[in-house]
Ligand binder design. Structure first.
Ligand SMILES: [Cu+2]
Length: 286
């Protein structure tokens, strides 16, 4: 069913007539023994592969490649534009991953823009910020892209950035992280790597202080219906500050972010339904 929605939205992005994508989707559904479902199901809005969670990276990359081609620009430049347009959308970390994976030559060509957006000192005020000031997601994505270059390839400005590199591992069969508590300074540039040797999917969300049970209960409710799966079990709440999307078994998730400027203890939560009570941790900002 998910396949159908994704095929539709990507075809729309790539300019493929919808009747063709519908035929392909029903063909694929037939062969995978999945009963075709009407795309107009009320609880299942179409997925936007450049904005929503749960879209495979190769589908996003195909869409970005098509956009870059039609605009005669690089995928790196097209991806940065989409990250800026994304604002606080669910795809922000996935788009940042794609940007960081672009060829070094393209990132070097884009470096002056990346540095300028990353260095913008306009205070971030989320959705209400003036449109010219890059939000913290754009800044984090630009810094991450610069740090994906080798040290000798990075622009001089990067020497002033001191990202805090954190690492944790999921404990197989235990629904836990080891370690599960971290301390960073307010406003620090933080990168968390989550190695997942477990046989289950896990994500990691940084949420507002005191919101662990509220977010956990909201995530559990998402196990019912289509929307939860489409959102990769990320609750629709302003208390969700940062999102490392679902990370498959034997892969590693990465999340770069700018730590909150307000001191406090921020819960780290895996919101895959049923996990949050055991699979939670703390980011202490002090
Ligand atoms: Cu989990």
């Amino acid at each position: 069913m998910k396949l159908i929605y994704r095929t539709w939205s990507v075809c729309a992005l790539l300019g493929v007539p919808q009747h063709v994508s519908a035929q392909n989707a029903s063909h694929a559904a037939h062969h995978s023994q999945t009963p075709p479902t009407a795309v107009t199901a009320p609880d299942a809005p179409a997925i936007n592969s450049l904005r929503d969670a749960g879209v495979a990276q190769n589908i996003r990359t195909a869409a970005l490649t098509a956009i870059a081609k039609s605009a005669s620009t690089t995928v790196a430049a097209a991806t940065l534009a989409e990250i800026e347009a994304c604002d606080a959308c669910l795809a922000r970390n996935d788009l940042a991953t794609i940007l960081a994976a672009q060829p070094a030559a393209d990132l070097k060509a884009l470096a002056p823009t990346l540095v300028s957006k990353a260095s913008d000192s306009t205070p971030d005020a989320g959705k209400d910020a003036p449109s010219q000031s890059p939000n913290r997601f754009v800044k984090a994505a630009c810094i991450r892209a610069i740090f994906s270059l080798s040290e000798s390839e990075r622009p001089a400005a990067a020497a002033a950035w001191k990202p805090i590199m954190l690492k944790t591992t999921t404990v197989p069969g235990k629904m836990a992280w080891d370690p599960k508590e971290f301390t960073v300074a307010p406003g620090a540039i933080v990168a968390i790597e989550m190695i997942n040797p477990d046989s289950m999917l896990h994500n990691m969300l940084l949420c507002s202080p005191g919101s662990l049970s509220e977010m956990g209960v909201a995530a559990d409710r998402m196990s019912e219906g289509v929307i939860g799966k489409q959102r990769d079990y990320v609750p629709d709440s302003s208390k969700v500050l940062e999102i490392m999307g679902l990370t498959a078994p034997n892969t590693t998730g990465v999340l770069w972010f700018i730590a909150p400027t307000k001191t406090g203890t921020y819960p780290l939560i895996c919101t895959y339904p049923g996990h949050w009570r055991m699979m939670n941790g703390k980011l202490k900002v002090q």
